[in-house]
Write a protein that binds this ligand. Structure first.
Ligand SMILES: NC(=O)c1ccc[n+]([C@@H]2O[C@H](COP(=O)([O-])OP(=O)(O)OC[C@H]3O[C@@H](n4cnc5c(N)ncnc54)[C@H](OP(=O)(O)O)[C@@H]3O)[C@@H](O)[C@H]2O)c1
Length: 336
């Protein structure tokens, strides 16, 4: 497995990370046994970066990772954990909590669930508008000094937040959506990260499955599946986006790779400071994703891929309006 280093101070990780969210939450019913088998297969294949959130399956996702790591040396994995989301019994979103006392509390619960005495990368899932980022990052930095966290990360943050956070403690990586369909980070966020030595862990590389080549407009969505109310998956937007996928399929077939592999390889080609997280939930999808790591896209291949899915071509925003409004990364980009 090839490796990449996250930022100037972050850990060296597999060139492809495994995003574990869909194994426990947000994409309809999850098959826990297959999720565990997928995690173990990823570790066996040399994937070291595992991404989770304490709120994915209300802790269930961390317990799944604990099971996968059982019997393996702890340092075989780089576990990235997001915290700060408040949810009710039914999983509804209630807000954020980035207060220092919350950081310490969330982390204590996470360590118990993971069955480990440290988290590799710890990050607030979204900046909390009620708490200056300096306070949240300062509290994580205390945990770094105590040995319970190795690195500070950020998620969906804009340039100013990235700068402010970095002034308190070095930031290993910003986790943010980045794909052929979501190129918003290229204007300001990516240059800011590069100037500050902050790496990128890119999520939604397959645009939540839309850009995988396996989606169709007839696919039935289970209750609770995020995609049931995601703008890019609805009505005429979905038809327009699937037309882009078909154009990409034509290019991918010419290269002898799948649509998903083309989408992942494109993100890998954007810089050694970017590590795609793929949300594979099954061993079959994982094997497909891993096949992208050795794909080398030449200049002409990249031009053909970007002609099939040009910047700004996506129909619909990446989140429903209320969630878009909560994104610091979008707010700052819009403000200029
Ligand atoms: N920081 C943040 O705000 C944030 C937000 C969202 C996610 N994340 C993290 O990023 C990870 C990845 O994000 P994501 O799952 O939303 O996006 P993704 O990787 O773009 O999409 C994953 C979906 O794509 C489908 N898929 C089809 N072919 C695939 C293949 N070969 N490999 C992998 N998936 C394939 C899977 O659906 P089927 O299994 O149904 O085929 C899966 O549900 C998450 O697990 C989470 O850890 C972070």
């Amino acid at each position: 497995m090839q490796t990449r280093t996250l930022g100037t101070t972050g850990p060296t990780v597999s060139a492809l990370g495994l995003g574990c969210m869909g194994m426990s939450d947000l994409y309809g019913p999850a098959d826990e046994a297959e999720g565990l088998a997928t995690l173990r297969a990823a570790l066996d294949a040399g994937v070291t970066l595992l991404d989770t959130g304490d709120f994915y399956g209300m802790g269930a996702n961390e317990l799944l990772i604990r099971a996968a790591l059982k019997g393996r040396p702890r340092d075989n994995a780089v576990v990235s954990v997001k915290f700060g989301a408040l949810r009710d019994y039914s999983g509804n979103w209630l807000g954020l909590d980035g207060r220092p006392a919350a950081v310490k509390t969330f982390l204590a619960y996470t360590l118990r669930r993971l069955g480990t005495d440290y988290v590799d990368i710890y990050r607030l899932t979204r900046p909390d508008p009620a708490v200056p980022i300096e306070e949240t990052v300062g509290a994580i930095a205390d945990e770094v000094r105590a040995g319970r966290v190795r690195h500070v990360g950020l998620s969906e943050s804009g340039p100013e937040t990235i700068r402010r956070a970095s002034s308190v403690h070095p930031v290993s990586d910003l986790q943010i959506e980045y794909s052929l369909l979501s190129r918003g980070i290229e204007a300001k966020i990516l240059p800011t990260c590069r100037a500050l030595g902050v790496g990128i862990t890119a999520y939604g590389v397959l645009s939540r499955g839309l850009l995988s080549g396996h989606w169709s407009k007839d696919r039935a969505l289970a209750p609770g599946d995020f995609r049931g109310h995601a703008p890019r998956f609805s009505g005429p937007n979905l038809e327009r986006n699937l037309a882009l996928v078909e154009a990409l399929r034509g290019v991918a077939e010419g290269l002898g790779i799948t649509v998903a592999q083309a989408a992942i390889a494109w993100v890998l080609s954007r810089g050694d400071d970017i590590v795609p997280l793929v949300g594979a939930r099954t061993r079959e999808r994982l094997a497909e994703a891993l096949g992208a790591v050795d794909v080398r896209l030449g200049r002409d291949d990249l031009l053909r891929i970007e002609a099939a899915v040009p910047p700004g071509a996506a129909a619909g925003e990446r989140y429903p309006a209320p969630q878009m409004g909560m994104l610091d990364s979008e707010r700052e980009a819009a403000a200029g």
